[in-house]
Write a protein that binds this ligand. Sequence first.
Ligand SMILES: [Ca+2]
Ligand SMILES: [Ca+2]
Ligand SMILES: [Ca+2]
Ligand SMILES: [Ca+2]
Length: 321
Amino acid sequence: MYLKTTKNNLHSVAIGIVALALSSGAFADSNKLLWTTNGHYYQRFERTFTYDESKAYCESLSGHLATVTSDQETVFIGQNLLTPVSSFNYYYLGASDAAQEGFWKWITGESWSYVNFDSTQPSNGAGENYLTVRGGSASASWLWYDSPVSSTGVNGLICEWSFNNYISAAAIGDYNANGSTDIAGLYVDYKTGRHFVIIRDGATNTALKLIGFALNDSAPLGIAAISDLNGNGAQEVAVLYNETATGFSKVHIRDSLSGALLKNFNVLNPTLKPKSITQSPDLNGNGFSEFTVTGVNTVTGGTRVEIRDGSTNLIIQDANF
Ligand SMILES: [Ca+2]
Ligand SMILES: [Ca+2]
Ligand SMILES: [Ca+2]
Ligand SMILES: [Ca+2]
């Protein structure tokens, strides 16, 4: 990364004073921008993150570190995300050759065919196995460098949203009464960040119903189908959340026919990180099926399991592992 061309060194001297003035955290994150050519969204974040933290950050937003696979994509990112920042700034992209030196791979699995390294790059310095792109307003700036996993020389990261993030799925009986069990899939919409459950016919794959869940930054973790609670003949859908604002584990239950929110309540306790929700048969004989939530104590590593009644939401059985 740190081998610079003579041209860049001269460039550095010439605008060094300007860069100094801008170097004290002067840049704001970009907006999340749509590239209409491929329908993907992109955003630049100013963060002092390692590569691993950067990767996890994009994933926490249901995106991925950006993959740049064409000159047009370089130009879009360059003109819209990199032009407002200094040519002394570097940003992580989603590629690495850490597994095998010289064999770069995009984290999305896209083929490594387009490359845009600076002429001196990759310099293959010790540990320089992570891709960065340089800021600035000229296309000559938007070149790639191999950087360490952690560096004070890296100023942030670029996230890309290119597909819906599917979290989990559950069987939901025969929703359209055609003799086949149907499947409810939970995902985060990459365009809006909103959480949806889509029900598809198990035999034909036809989309039968789209149910909107939360529109916030809480992470949805799983889905369970439970018995009809409001007596309209359609089963309900329960989604487990880790509510960012409060740290609480929450279950939201919506009617699968109307999409109406029927219940919103806490499970586990705040010392536990929620992990999963699954459906269980009616164990206490009240005619309503149950659901099971699992949480992990991040300090001790212990796991807690609560089986709760689908109607009362009270604990029927619990265990600590
Ligand atoms: Ca891409
Ligand atoms: Ca069906
Ligand atoms: Ca119902
Ligand atoms: Ca029950």
